[in-house]
Design a protein around this ligand. Structure first.
Ligand code: UDP
Length: 478
């Protein structure tokens, strides 16, 4: 048969990222990592998105890697995907890509496709083509274990109120949560919309953006309870080694790389708090006002990315976000830098002046802070962020909580506002000079950063998992 004569030299892997930032960005890193391990990587993208990471892919190609883009043509009625700026919310319907994907798989027959779990329809379309399918869902084993226990043992149904803590049974550490911190669909006993569960069950396995030494008990637990093939291949962000890759990652930055670095250079080591809530989260103007007031009252220096959080609609009225004169005061005193748009997060986190990260605990941000050895102030908002907070603050002990208690969807206004006193107290505690607890936190965070780097270097656990996965793909494709 013809296929016998076109035996491939390299494994040929398709990557099918979802259009949301926190899912898209690590998948691009992942495809580049695979190419650096000798695979031929093909990223399936849509017209608008390709431009964002084209430069880094071109640099990889110039250095000899086999990495390519394939743009899926959008049908004329796919208005949603035409307008996305890569910050699409999790329920964005991408099913208009079914036919182009199906046809492409039949004509190109890759050895494997790694697909984001948020393409909920993709399992059916891919599985009929016979192309092996591996899932990427962007989170860590710790949060998957939380989900598993909650879904199978329902400990949250045994408490009287949303604020009463309950223990997650059967876990390596004593982890307590409240019902108010759980996703609404879980609280209400309904499945997350779509078919992602079924798609995980029938997949060949999963690649996870985390590393063994970060959460060994949870990797083992997860592998044992699910029996799924699981390759720990992160931290994928470490693939971005040069300044261009770091500065251009995700979206065009709203601040020039040099102004940002110069501003940081003018501050002492560990003196700046980086504040960002990821690619999607919104906050009400009242919450932003409290946050601004708390930051100012703390007297500490900060870089605050207010790109998306300003976007919540409040009856169409223009709202006051900052206290009077706030922007002028923090800018003239050089105490604060506000970035209204996309920030070059990796460059900022890795700068020696940055000594803390106030984060919504999105998994990428959390892992990027770990890689930079920066302790965190945790302010979870939605998704699996409350689980990640537990990992950071209670298991790894590299962060402290601001006191966010209420899970709400990315664009919903919350009932409870985190007040300025809580913000000020957390910032003073993490960024103060006298706290022995923070010295310990910093030491632990630096240690984990070393472990993370070691994992992706030759001989490291993630390096070996990546090679093992490529060999496995080779074995079933020949
Ligand atoms: N990010 C960035 N600049 C920004 C905002 C976000 O580079 O101004 C990146 C960040 O480094 C991370 C991703 O976007 O890789 C956000 O993913 P995360 O899982 O932390 O949160 P999500 O956006 O999914 O809520």
């Amino acid at each position: 048969m013809a296929s016998q004569s076109i035996r491939r030299q390299r494994v040929h892997i398709f990557f099918f990222p979802f259009v949301g930032g926190g899912h898209f960005i690590p998948m691009i890193d992942l495809s580049r990592l695979f190419a650096s391990h000798g695979a031929t990587s093909v990223i399936l993208t849509i017209p608008n998105d390709a431009a964002v990471f084209q430069n880094s892919i071109q640099r990889d190609q110039e250095s000899g890697l086999q990495i390519h883009l394939h743009t899926l043509q959008l049908p004329p009625d796919s208005a949603v995907l035409k307008t996305t700026d890569m910050s699409a919310p999790p329920l964005t319907d991408t099913s208009c890509l079914q036919e182009p994907l199906h046809n492409l798989l039949l004509s190109r027959r890759p050895d494997c496709i790694i697909t984001d779990t948020f393409h909920r329809w993709a399992a059916d379309v891919i599985d009929v083509t016979g192309v092996p399918r591996i899932i990427f869902n962007g989170n860590c084993c710790f949060s998957r274990c939380c989900d598993h226990v909650l879904e199978t043992q329902l400990p949250h149904n045994k408490v009287e109120s949303d604020s009463e803590p309950f223990l997650l049974p059967g876990r390596p550490d004593k982890i307590k949560l409240c019902r108010s911190q759980l996703p609404i669909f879980l609280r209400n006993g309904i499945e997350f919309p779509g078919k992602s569960k079924k798609s995980e069950q029938n997949s060949f396995g999963q690649v996870i953006n985390s590393f063994y030494a970060l959460e060994p008990a949870y990797v083992d637990y997860y592998r044992n309870v699910t029996g799924k093939k699981t390759w720990m291949v992160g931290p994928v962000s470490l693939y971005n080694r040069n300044q261009e890759d770091k500065a251009e990652r995700g979206q065009p930055s709203a601040i020039d790389k040099y102004s940002c670095l110069n501003w940081l250079d003018s501050h002492k080591p560990n003196s700046v708090l980086y504040v960002s809530f990821g690619s999607l989260a919104r906050m009400s103007s009242v919450q932003i006002y409290e946050l601004a007031s708390g930051l100012e009252a703390s007297g500490k220096s900060f870089i605050w990315v207010v790109g998306k959080i300003l976007g919540i609609e409040e009856n169409g009225e223009a709202k006051k976000h900052f206290p009077d004169g706030f922007e002028e005061r923090i800018s003239s005193s050089k105490r604060g830098l506000i970035i209204k748009g996309w920030a070059p997060q990796l460059l900022i986190l890795e700068h020696e002046s940055v000594g803390g990260f106030m984060t919504h605990c999105g998994w990428n941000s959390t892992l990027e802070a770990v890689c930079a050895g920066v302790p965190m102030i945790t302010w979870p908002l939605s998704a699996e962020q409350f689980y990640n907070e537990k990992l950071v603050a209670e298991v790894l002990k590299i962060g402290l909580r601001v006191g966010s208690e209420e899970w709400a969807s990315w664009n919903m206004e919350r009932k409870v506002v985190v007040g300025r006193e809580k913000v000020e107290a957390a910032v003073r505690r993490l960024m103060g000079d006298d706290g022995g607890e923070v010295v310990e936190m910093r030491r632990r965070a630096k240690g984990l950063a070393v472990e993370g780097r070691r994992a992706v270097e030759e001989g490291g656990s993630s390096f070996s998992d990546m090679d093992a996965l490529i060999k496995e793909i080779e074995s079933f494709s020949r």
